[in-house]
Design a protein around this ligand. Structure first.
Ligand code: AMP
Length: 120
């Protein structure tokens, strides 16, 4: 998937669209999802131009990858869901219905999240 610099998260990173920021460091920005699916629903994105988890896993530096995982753990603790439990999820490509073509990890929590996937 080629990177489109006009995707909504690229625009948030450039400050062209507002977000409700919860965390930022050199490599990562995290903010509330605009359409929360759970009481806590945060999106963590790399500041680099990566279209998907596949792209990020191939091209990101070790520092960027480590920063993402460190940030997610810290955000979960700060949001108060580390004790009760939470889920992190990255929709990747068409089969997973990825809507925004800038790699992002959802962090869901604040209620019982049920089973991982609906049975078909
Ligand atoms: P995905 O289907 O994994 O690509 O999820 C994209 C997510 O981005 C959805 O949960 C949307 O609600 C969320 N989203 C889209 N636009 C914005 C925005 N401007 N600010 C925050 N979240 C957004």
């Amino acid at each position: 998937m080629a990177y489109d610099r006009n995707n909504v998260f690229a625009r948030i990173l450039r400050g062209e669209i507002p977000c409700k920021k919860v965390y930022e460091d050199e490599h990562v920005l995290a903010f509330h999802d605009i359409n929360p699916q759970t009481p806590t629903h945060i999106l963590a994105i790399p500041k680099g131009e990566y279209a998907s988890a596949d792209d990020f896993s191939q091209k990101a530096s070790d520092a960027e990858i480590a920063a993402m995982m460190r940030a997610l753990g810290r955000i979960a603790r700060e949001q108060g869901v580390a004790e009760t439990g939470y889920r992190i999820l990255a929709n990747t490509g068409p089969a997973a219905h990825q809507e925004v073509a800038h790699f992002h990890i959802h962090l869901f929590g604040g209620r019982d999240l049920g089973g991982m996937l609906p049975r078909r």
